[in-house]
Design a protein around this ligand. Structure first.
Ligand code: ASP
Length: 306
């Protein structure tokens, strides 16, 4: 039994006319992963699915990443192999097209788990990743508007109104991407993001934190999306796999993980996708939307939705 699921981020898609494009994006990505999975590797499947999402400017990862308070792109990504617990991640990286591929190189070519900032960029260049500007005109325009609004409130210093501001623009905040796949032998999970719009320079979210936003072991894998600070504090991706270890299937474990997020931090905070090592798929959110697509043995077509 082989299976793969991807997400394109949890939150509210305010402009509903974007939904068909989002669904097309997750469907294309899951099919890119599925092709690799059919060749036998969950690792390649997760990398290819996440790359397809990073390359699609509608999602907040790779090309189309949101901008920091000071107008830069600082991307996070992680990948983890469930069988060996090998993991690689980059935090606050810029100037590359596919952070997930750099994360894979960290896993395969270094003794470390996470490389950040300048060091991550330096490592990417050593590995042959070319200079690339992931900013899009649409994101720059959104950044100008958000920054102007933020300045008008006069609260930049204390950040008091930032929460309110974010509520007005939820669709630009959360559209991180992720993939989890099982190839019949191992589960692999990967996540990639531009983070949260107007995040402070240097802020690292849950995505590259092993156990926070991304985790895989021999029983299951999970990729989270939503407010990174919530997933970090609950070690949510790892907790979700613990639920599988205790006997739940991927769907029950996803539900339990999101209940935990709602209990401690309220609704409209998190979404998760999972695959367990029996090939079961799970996905849950406490936000209005979370785009997803999955396909497994026995299905002719992916199932996708928000
Ligand atoms: N979890 C991501 C972060 O906090 C954001 C998202 O899922 O959209 O960086």
């Amino acid at each position: 039994m082989v299976a793969i699921i991807v997400h394109g981020g949890a939150g509210t898609i305010k402009k509903e006319d974007r939904i068909p494009r989002v669904i097309e994006g997750v469907r294309d990505a899951v099919l890119a992963g599925w092709r690799e999975l059919k060749r036998g590797s969950a690792l390649d499947a997760v990398e290819e699915a996440v790359k397809a999402l990073e390359d699609n400017p509608i999602f907040n990862a790779g090309t189309g990443s949101v901008l920091t308070l000071d107008g830069k792109v600082e991307m996070d990504a992680a990948i983890m192999r469930g069988k060996t617990l090998e993991a690689g991640a980059v935090a606050g990286i810029w100037g590359v097209r596919n952070p997930i591929s750099v994360a894979r190189k960290v896993m395969e070519k270094t003794d470390h788990v996470i490389l950040s900032g300048e060091g991550a960029v330096k490592f990417a260049r050593l590995m042959g990743f070319e200079e690339y500007d992931p900013r899009t005109d649409e994101r720059l325009k959104q950044w100008e508007e958000l920054k102007k609004k933020l300045l008008e409130t006069g609260e930049v210093k204390h950040w008091k109104k930032l929460g309110e501001l974010i509520k007005g623009y939820p669709e630009v905040l959360r559209s991180t991407v992720g993939a989890v796949a099982f190839d019949g032998d191992e589960v692999v999970a990967g996540t990639s993001t531009g983070g949260i719009f107007l995040k402070m320079f240097g802020r690292v979210g849950d995505t590259p934190i092993i156990g926070g936003g991304t985790y895989a072991n021999e029983v299951a894998g999970a990729s989270c999306t939503g407010l990174g600070e919530v997933a970090i504090k609950l070690a949510l991706a790892k907790s979700a796999t613990d639920f599988v270890r205790l006997g739940m299937n991927a769907q029950a474990a996803s539900d339990a993980a999101i209940s935990l997020a709602t209990k401690y931090f309220g609704a409209d905070t998190m979404g998760i996708i999972m695959v367990d090592s029996r090939g079961n798929i799970g996905f849950t959110k406490n936000t209005k939307h979370m785009s997803y697509a999955f396909i497994k043995d026995g299905m002719n077509e992916p199932q996708a939705g928000v």
